[in-house]
Design a protein around this ligand. Sequence first.
Ligand SMILES: Nc1ncnc2c1ncn2[C@@H]1O[C@H](COP(=O)(O)OP(=O)(O)O)[C@@H](O)[C@H]1O
Ligand SMILES: [Mg+2]
Length: 414
Amino acid sequence: MTDSTTNIGMLARVTGFSADGHRVFFDLRNGNSGWLDQVGDGLRSGDVILISGEGPGQRVERVDASAWPDELWVGVVKIKLDNVTVIEASGRYRQVRTRDGVAYEVGNTVEAGDVQGVVRVLSKEPIKHIELPGIDDEVVNRFRAGGSSDRQLTFAAFGGLGSVVKRAHELIELPLRQHEKLTKIGARAIKGVLFTGPPGTGKTMLARIIAAQAGAAFFEISGPEIFSKWYGQSEELLRRIFDAAAAATEEPAIIFFDEIDSVAAQRDDDAHEASKRVVAQLLTLMDGFDSKGNVVVIAATNRPQDLDVALRRPGRFDWEIQFPLPSMEDRLDILIKTARGLQTLDPLPHNFVAAKTDGWSPADLSAIWTEASLLAVADDRSEIFVEDYIGGFERVERQRKRVGHRPTNAGSAA
Ligand SMILES: Nc1ncnc2c1ncn2[C@@H]1O[C@H](COP(=O)(O)OP(=O)(O)O)[C@@H](O)[C@H]1O
Ligand SMILES: [Mg+2]
């Protein structure tokens, strides 16, 4: 029975016919497909039809193609024949009917729809999948940090972890300063030093301090950034940075590769192809730069166990400095040093807080001051009081519990 007052129907698009031409297959807007028998001649693939009614009263009528709004997409024309055009879009080939009206040729970037075919030419040129920004000296210089210009970056600001600081002096600062003497002795140059340890233990901070104090040119590369922002050009960028570091021969240079695990995870099967190439490039560069050039590469990671073992071979990152979580004394020193420069009403109970923060990283400890400052300001004061300090400690403690820190589990990664 047909309801003559509501006129409800289904919009469909013909996709094909059975061999005898009897049966018509179609797609519906909702993505379903269906078929109809004996609807008469004259339908063609791509036609838009409206199916209404049911049973004997069913009607099929052809409607204008515009009733089925064609989703438009962008691609590059690969083949153009009289009746068919092949377009590469989103990494696959799509076939549309060649229609009159729009003039286009192979190689053009076009906008097209499944039904309408090519709608317009967007560019005579094929678009590239990724538009790569050029790498020039200016780009390389952006990786060159201010170095000694940053006054804040002194060893005096770095609390605790005395053995770490001492080892860093020996392995990095001393070789950079006493390069000639060491060369005379015939010592094998230290090329790569790996900083390992849990997040927030000061790896990045110490690398920057060393660079500032050693008066070295400092290039800082962040693993995640070189991989996302410079995707497809990471290798070229690395090469240029190493070149720039080696170029200034009178001046020592430090290349700091932060969060190296983000690119240099084990090159096993599921490691990304691009990551393999970046690691291979890094290995080539480390092997290639000659030890006379006064360059040390520092790499930092929270996940040393994930690093490609090839990076740990002699002449690469064969020196390691482990950043442990701070001891009670370290924590006391860190709390005192991170409080410097803040307005505080002394004395503050540093011993109490240091005793309560076993398993905390230096970053956790310094976060106490942020919270304490907020509490002081909320109370309309411009000085941190004991109550703010304790309140700040409690807030950070709660946050640590929320994110599931496992106290004293020094080996765990973030
Ligand atoms: N030994 C330290 N003394 C004082 N503050 C520190 C120390 N280590 C870390 N911090 C603080 O924690 C923040 C994060 O440290 P960061 O060097 O980024 O850790 P990592 O690189 O190991 O994850 C630093 O910006 C600094 O404010
Ligand atoms: Mg870091």
